[in-house]
Ligand binder design. Structure first.
Ligand SMILES: [Zn+2]
Length: 286
């Protein structure tokens, strides 16, 4: 039963879930949402022919987002427009958050570059990390890789909260070995499996919005890399956290879950609860 709860999803490797309210972001996040809404309406309100023409000339989100991180550029025209549209005025100009890159953009299929460890503390890298966290939480999602905001660098962020988990069915939480964990930022992560044990579960991706598919993942992994302070870290993960880490690290190698899914399980979120087609492997430990 849905009751009065709003049915939403935790797209990045999460399951569909229910919120009484959508999580509300910071005022800056709200500004970004307002911008996105305005943009959507502005396209929808155009005559069909004009809207089609407009879309055909749109730059990929990754190109727009890369502009946000170009240190040589002067104050972004996007920022100025946002301030003007939202009536913020010059004194309250705020930069907007990058958009999530959707499947089809080449940046999602390319291998991301390592970050020079000496550069991790730089303003540019710290801003990319801050933006990734905000975009992930606003979505909301449990993980995000830098290529998903159009930045081809090996950075991932992930977080699973008690609140997110509380909306999932208990039997699902147990089966998936899903436990909350604090925000984790990893730069140049290197992942290895700790055992051959695998499990098959549905997962999704913020870049493949509205769909899910069953993907087999290792149940135990170890990931080494740098934290956002540039310190070496090692994370031993299992269950759902291990799945999120594998999903995000795949992004850094240009791999989407659709490249690894059991193809016949691919479906829309609305059909998630329907039985699998005959012959599909069963969900759970393999
Ligand atoms: Zn993803």
């Amino acid at each position: 039963m849905l009751g009065r709860k709003k049915r939403v999803t935790i797209p990045e490797t999460g399951q569909q879930t229910y919120f009484k309210k959508c999580p509300i972001g910071t005022p800056r996040d709200q500004a970004a949402t307002a911008m996105a809404t305005l943009f959507r309406f502005s396209v929808r309100l155009l005559p069909v022919s004009a809207a089609v023409t407009c879309r055909s000339f749109r730059f990929p989100h990754s190109m727009l987002n890369r502009k946000l991180y170009n240190s040589s550029s002067s104050p972004s025209s996007l920022t100025t427009k946002a301030g003007w549209l939202l009536g913020l005025g010059d004194k309250k100009k705020k930069s907007i958050l990058p958009e999530i890159v959707a499947a089809g953009d080449p940046v999602l299929h390319e291998k991301a570059r390592e970050v020079d460890p000496e550069e991790i503390g730089s303003e540019r890298i710290q801003k990319i990390i801050d933006d990734m966290i905000k975009v992930m939480r606003l979505a909301p999602g449990v993980g995000l890789a830098a290529p998903q905001i159009g930045v081809p660098l090996r950075i991932i962020v992930l977080e699973d909260t008690k609140e997110y988990i509380s909306y999932a069915p208990k039997e699902e939480i147990l089966a998936q070995e899903r436990r909350s964990f604090d925000l984790m930022v990893m730069v140049n992560p290197e992942l290895k499996e700790r055992s051959n044990k695998k499990a098959l579960f549905f997962e999704g991706c913020l870049s493949v919005d509205g769909f899910r598919a069953a993907v087999e993942r290792y149940l135990q992994v170890v990931v080494t890399g740098y934290d956002r302070q540039g310190k070496r870290i090692e994370v031993n993960a299992s269950g759902w956290q291990a799945r999120i880490l594998q999903h995000e690290c795949d992004h850094l190698d240009g791999i989407l879950y659709v490249d690894k899914m059991v193809p016949r399980t691919f479906r829309t979120v609305d059909n998630l609860d329907l039985p699998l087609a005959e012959g599909c492997p069963k969900l759970g430990p393999q």
